[in-house]
Design a protein around this ligand. Structure first.
Ligand code: NCD
Length: 309
């Protein structure tokens, strides 16, 4: 039995393969239990603090749903403007205060390293719901579960990661999980938005097969899974640079049907224009099922961290 009690979830690199498998198994088990019961009561009396300093639809709502479906409750805020940070309070003071009220904290924040800072300030466990361009480990876990569910296994898949690989925290976290599964990674990005070389260097030093190209169609021909990402507009200092790069890669139904009809298509969402809506009805278009898996992964993490599963 693995022990997650009291642990912080900060970074995709913190997990062993054994832990990843265990979390996914617990999440699938919860999905099956929810088919029979609308909600469970294992977290009754426990409270999640949901602190979102950046916009979110899926991460915030699926964390809150996860806590509700486990029988627990949630307090928090959805924008920095709703919190005393708007009055000039520091992150550490906000966290130290919320720590007096809740049993577990999920934090989304624009600054890289904010979740670690919060974990240092709080006695309660902290889950990183996205720290700037840094990490987004719970998204990476639900992506991994979706690949396993859609393809039957994670091992040996060729995964194309496409879009804003420089600023995308979901891909920064994701590669730290895929490295345990002998996956071939093909990174497709404009020169300006390539995966940071310290990440690719580390992967290659570990023996992960990492290919970098600007040619999406050539990559698609070799892929089992494509993971499309949005160009992260809010991370650009120069709006003109965003305007120049947006729309560079667009996955269309025509491309999938012509090049690789068996492709599994993932996207952390929100989508802007990088997957045309006519892709949505293809059998391999898994991005809304992927979003649903977020509830089960987050239920598993909450239950495991609080020692209830
Ligand atoms: C992602 C994020 O916030 O990093 N969204 C999410 O959590 N599902 C991806 C994005 O915003 O592009």
């Amino acid at each position: 039995m693995l022990d997650f009690r009291g642990k912080d979830i900060l970074d995709g690199a913190q997990f062993t393969r054994e832990e990843l498998e265990y979390i996914m198994d617990v999440a699938e088990n919860l999905r099956n239990r929810l088919n029979r019961h609308h909600s469970l009561s294992i977290m009754q009396g426990y409270v999640l603090g949901s602190l979102f300093f950046e916009p979110s639809t899926r991460t915030r709502l699926s964390f809150e749903m996860a806590m509700h479906r486990l029988g627990g409750s949630v307090v928090g805020f959805a924008t920095a403007a709703e919190s005393s940070v708007a009055k000039g309070e520091s992150l550490a003071d906000t966290i130290r205060t919320v720590d007096q009220y809740v049993d577990l904290i999920v934090l989304r924040h624009p600054q890289v390293g904010a979740a670690r800072e919060a974990a240092d300030a709080a006695l309660a466990p902290v889950i990183n719901g996205g720290d700037g361009t840094g990490q987004h480990p719970t998204q990476a876990l639900l992506d991994l579960l979706t690949i396993r569910a859609e393809r039957g296994r994670v091992d040996g898949n060729t995964i194309v990661l496409c879009g804003d690989l420089k600023h995308g925290r979901t891909v920064h976290a994701g590669v730290e999980l895929y490295k345990h599964y002998g996956c071939t990674l093909i990174l497709v990005a404009p020169e300006e938005l390539k995966m940071p070389p310290e990440i690719t260097g580390r992967l290659r030093a570990r023996g992960v097969s990492v290919e970098e190209t600007a040619d999406l169609e050539a990559a698609l021909a070799k892929a089992d899974v494509i993971y499309m990402t949005r160009i992260q507009k809010e991370r650009f200092e120069d709006p003109a640079e965003y305007e120049r790069l947006k729309g560079r890669y667009v996955l269309t139904r025509e491309m999938v049907e012509r090049i690789n009809p068996g492709l599994t298509i993932l996207h952390p969402l929100p989508r802007v224009d990088e997957i045309t809506t006519d892709v949505d009805t293809l059998p391999g278009a898994a991005y809304f099922r992927q979003a649903r898996n977020g509830v089960f992964i987050r239920m598993a993490l909450i239950g495991l961290i609080m020692g209830k599963l």
